[in-house]
Design a protein around this ligand. Structure first.
Ligand code: ARG
Length: 449
């Protein structure tokens, strides 16, 4: 191959990230080969010692990476030969890079899930802390981004806790999908040696063995699932980002982001831009892109291993990094933002948000809901023509629209409105308190099956 062509096949610049998993897989494999008397105990010991020394070398930044050896597997094996001589060549008995790389990726995905789970829980804790701190603050709840009904700010934050809870469950499922040992599948058909695959699985922490060697070397479903879970989680973060952008605008003024989460404009001195929220929203696009890329890479591949599969790694690592850093930044952003409670409550006073409560009042006095809806709509239009909110009309004015109105209609308030929504999952302060208390326990829940 001319030098340019060989460059094309090189993956070491990114698959070196798998060194820990690759060495763990090789150590387990070598031990098993000795246990099954395929190699001697002395050979296995030399191989394992050599591999652990190589790991230390990599971690000390002293490993001589060689792109001409293409990938992590060949780099480590060649180095092993330099250290222990021809015995190194026995490590690859009953193994192929095809089952080796599939094993590495599955181990990496399981460990990555642990990191992601902790980062998601970190953001949940930040949301929970702010919800607890501002548990009495009322804000406008929106539909169609129009003021709809009053809710507690805490209830709004806790909606994101729920999304993230589902994300954790999805990543637990990803871990489960990755939890299967491909090693022992050889290049595609298995290996003509008396392997103890169970032993290798338990050494590496896998609870299942692959049931079909051809599937095992070419299956990357667990990566597609990981990408999908990451894309959904980023979608949630992007929604949160959008709210932070809106809330921190002058138009809303509900929050102020900490100075470290905003930047100034190079031309407009008065501005503080919510760049970090925007970047989180923007990075969602590349995570979606990686999901599309892995699905497209897998599409149409004949069994079994094809080199196309080498393209499964960069997007995977980039998605992990993007998701983890976004979760960390967002936890910090939520923890450090200033909540402008009075701005939220002022906004809640406007927008006729007690209209539904007035309709419910009439329903309580026997009027069918549809009819009550019409009455309050007309009363609201009248209030608007007077420059008032519907809950600011006088009893006389109300009575022009229905004689079911009585003086207690004047007592309808924002606080009464939220308190009235006392159903499980509803916006009532009592229910929100319960949700916050339950969330603390749910944070500790294990999703593992
Ligand atoms: N670097 C390769 C990959 O990531 C390793 C497997 C190579 N196998 C092969 N038959 N060329 O897919």
């Amino acid at each position: 191959m001319n030098p340019d062509a060989s460059q094309y096949a090189v993956s070491i610049q990114y698959d070196r990230r798998l060194y820990r998993e690759d060495i763990a897989g090789s150590v387990a494999h070598a031990r098993m080969l000795a246990k099954q008397e395929i190699i001697t105990e002395e050979e296995a010991a030399a191989i394992c010692d050599g591999l652990l020394a190589i790991r230390a070398e990599i971690e000390a930044g002293e490993f001589p990476w060689r792109p001409e050896l293409e990938d992590i597997h060949m780099n480590i094996e060649t180095r092993l030969r330099e250290r222990i001589g021809p015995t190194a060549g026995k490590l690859h008995t009953a193994r192929s890079r095809n089952d080796q790389v599939a094993t590495d990726l599955r181990l990496y995905a399981m460990r990555s899930r642990q990191r992601v789970d902790e980062a998601i829980a970190g953001l949940q804790k930040a949301l929970l802390a702010r919800a607890g701190e501002h548990s009495g603050v009322i804000m406008p709840g929106y539909t169609h981004l129009q003021r709809a009904q009053p809710v507690l700010f805490a209830h709004h934050l806790m909606a994101y806790f729920e999304m993230l809870h589902r994300d954790r469950a999805r990543f637990a499922h990803c871990r489960d999908a990755a939890d299967l040992l491909p090693l022992g599948s050889g290049a595609l058909a298995g290996a003509p040696y008396p392997l103890d695959r169970r032993f290798v699985a338990s050494e590496l922490g896998f609870s299942r063995l692959s049931a079909n060697s051809m599937d095992a070397v070419s299956d990357r479903d667990f990566l597609a699932e990981y990408h999908s879970a990451a894309a959904i989680c980023m979608m949630h973060l992007s929604r949160l980002a959008e709210e932070l952008v809106l809330w921190s605008s002058q138009e809303f003024g509900f929050i102020s982001l900490a100075p470290r989460h905003t930047t100034g404009s190079s031309i407009m001195p008065q501005k503080r831009n919510p760049d970090f929220a925007e970047l989180g929203r923007g990075k969602t696009g590349r995570v979606y892109g990686h999901l599309m890329a892995i699905l497209t890479t897998l599409k149409g591949l004949p069994l079994t291993y094809n080199r196309d599969l080498q393209e499964d790694k960069e997007g995977f690592f980039d998605t992990e990094e993007t998701l983890l850093s976004t979760l960390e930044i967002f936890s910090d952003m939520i923890g450090a933002m200033t909540v402008n409670a009075s701005r939220m409550e002022d906004a809640a006073q406007r927008g006729n948000m007690l209209a539904t409560d007035l309709a419910d009042y009439l329903v309580g006095r026997g009027m069918p809901f549809r009819e009550a809806h019409g009455v309050v709509r007309r009363a609201s239009e009248h209030a608007r023509s007077l420059g008032k909110e519907v809950h600011q009309l006088t009893l006389e004015e109300y009575r022009r629209f229905s004689d079911l109105f009585d003086s207690d209609a004047l007592e309808i308030s924002l606080k009464g409105s939220v308190e009235g929504r006392d159903v499980p999952g509803g916006a009532a302060p009592r229910r929100v308190q319960e949700a916050i208390a339950a969330a603390k326990a749910r944070l500790e829940e294990s999703f593992d099956t």
